[in-house]
Design a binder for this molecule. Structure first.
Ligand SMILES: [Fe+2]
Length: 139
């Protein structure tokens, strides 16, 4: 039986991924203003990327004997790209923390594929956060 704490943390991280995915989808529908075309493209591209992480997380949860969560936390609604980007930064920074905790708990598991995936997902969340920080800076 897999470590219950690790399974719980993987599920918590999956829930955060779902929140991010639905938030980005909703933001891509609602965003207004001159930046809309760029924001829609960026947000929907991010959704594809985050979905790949969600698939891998859920597959791994099942492999470890767990049941992937179907709970999606509440999302927010905004038409303003500045607000959307600030929230995106918070979501990516939260993902960094979630994956760091997963890596800490997985360290003792000996599951190399899990650790490689988690490190890749952590690096990806860090890169996403870096990119959003640049988008929030003055031109
Ligand atoms: Fe991300």
């Amino acid at each position: 039986m897999a470590d219950e704490q690790l399974l719980a943390q993987l599920n918590k991280t999956l829930q955060s991924e779902y929140r991010t995915i639905f938030q980005y989808v909703q933001n891509s529908y609602m965003v207004k203003g001159m930046r809309r075309p760029a924001m829609v493209g960026w947000l929907r591209g991010m959704v594809q990327k985050e979905m790949q992480d969600a698939f891998k997380l859920a597959d791994k949860i099942v492999s470890l004997g767990g049941i992937p969560t179907t709970e999606v936390p509440e999302i927010t609604h905004s038409t303003k790209s500045e607000v959307i980007l600030s929230e995106s930064l918070s979501l990516e920074e939260a993902a960094v923390e979630e994956y760091q905790e997963c890596i800490r708990l997985a360290a003792a598991s000996g599951d190399i594929a899990l650790r490689v995936f988690l490190e890749g997902a952590l690096a990806s969340a860090e890169e996403d956060a870096e990119e959003v920080r640049k988008m929030l800076e003055e031109e």
